[in-house]
Design a protein around this ligand. Structure first.
Ligand code: UT7
Length: 321
């Protein structure tokens, strides 16, 4: 067994300037601030400018994470971008980010696991780090989800927002810090409960988000709680030892339900859903960055990240920050 660990050396995030409130949305579709708050906990979301692309959000978050790590872009050997809203069908958004960061070395690629993308990317990054071939890996979750919303569909358009979060992972030999375990799963039988109704091969269009929200909700609570338990148990630890849960920010009621099932106090669950809404692959690193920067998550804290999304895909990452 390798003793290589992926230590979170730096974190950063970026939100587009424009804020869209529930009130504003209620002028566009038949909804209300009260309904959105009660059912999801969301009060507002950030929306990218027309000339602002996923790679721009990703690059802004990455630059902050690299600076926070005390590094320069040239120190990065590998870039992994988790996104469902790439700038283009190809090349990967990661290669565009590589160019925007001025990096001429190493490799870059995208991962597509929708809202679970960042957890999948962490698993891949940690596994590649353990190969011993990389020193610093940049893992980014970035989305311009507003671009694939049907702004006439009140069951989806009120729930999502744009943003990006990034982590710089540094190779370490042994020690207490770093990623302790990753757990990912998928179940393709549920493709039709949360999907986009377009794509290059089937329709030659980008498509819009479609979701059977109630059913997604039911699976999400059950599968997330299970993944978190397994992820911690496989690391030989107990859920009661976890200091912080950093969940995918889909719905405050899901966060509350999962936290309750696992016996975590509500103060231990990092929630940004009220201000960011669901930013898909960006939501976990965005929330992590918020809690590090406001001083809640400290060095040495045992932190459990989790996500659930289309596919279905879901998973958890346990790390000591
Ligand atoms: O990130 C990927 C994972 N995604 C998720 O985890 C999302 C999971 N699902 C959810 O968060 C919740 O199911 C929603 C927030 C999407 C919906 O909450 P709900 O309590 O499950 O509501 P519902 O879908 O059962 O809808 C209740 C009612 C319906 O009306 P009727 O049939 O009872 O007359 C909807 O038509 O609310 C209506 N409704 C709305 N009303 C006002 C649906 N959307 C809206 C809206 N404004 N935006």
């Amino acid at each position: 067994m390798t003793s290589i660990r992926s230590v979170v050396q730096g974190v950063g995030s970026y939100l587009p300037k424009r804020v869209m409130t529930n009130e504003e949305l209620s002028q566009m579709v038949d909804t209300s601030d009260e309904w959105i708050r009660e059912r999801s906990g969301i009060t507002q979301r950030h929306i990218a400018a027309d000339d602002e692309y996923t790679s721009d959000l990703a690059t802004a978050a990455a630059l902050k994470a690299i600076e926070n790590a005390g590094l320069s872009p040239q120190d990065i050997n590998l870039i992994i971008v988790a996104t469902t809203t790439p700038d283009l069908t190809f090349p990967s958004t990661a290669t565009i980010v590589q160019e925007k960061l001025g990096i001429r070395d190493g490799a870059a690629f995208d991962i597509q696991a929708v809202c679970s993308g960042f957890i999948y990317a962490m698993h891949v990054a940690d596994s590649m780090m353990k190969s011993g071939l990389y020193e610093h890996i940049l893992v980014i979750g970035a989305e311009t989800f507003s671009r694939i919303l049907d702004w006439t569909d009140r069951t989806t358009c009120v729930l999502f927002g744009d943003g990006a979060g990034a982590m710089v992972l540094k190779r370490a030999e042994g020690g207490e810090q770093g990623v302790l375990n990753n757990f990912i799963r998928s179940d393709g039988r549920h493709c039709d409960l949360l999907y986009v109704d377009g794509g290059p091969s089937r329709t030659q269009t980008v498509g819009k988000v479609r979701m059977v929200g109630k059913q997604v909700f039911r699976y999400a609570v059950k599968d997330i709680a299970g993944a978190m338990r397994t992820c911690v148990e496989q690391a030989g630890l107990d859920i009661q030892e976890v200091n912080w849960m950093v969940p995918h920010q889909a719905n405050q009621r899901i966060l509350d339900g999962v936290g309750r099932q696992l016996g975590l106090k509500s103060e231990q669950v990092i929630s940004t859903v009220a201000l960011h809404a669901n930013t898909s692959a960006a939501s976990v690193p965005l929330a992590f960055d918020v809690a590090v920067k406001d001083g809640r998550i400290k060095r040495g804290d045992l932190t459990l990240l989790e996500a659930f999304g289309g596919g279905f895909t879901w998973g958890a990452t346990l790390l000591r920050y």
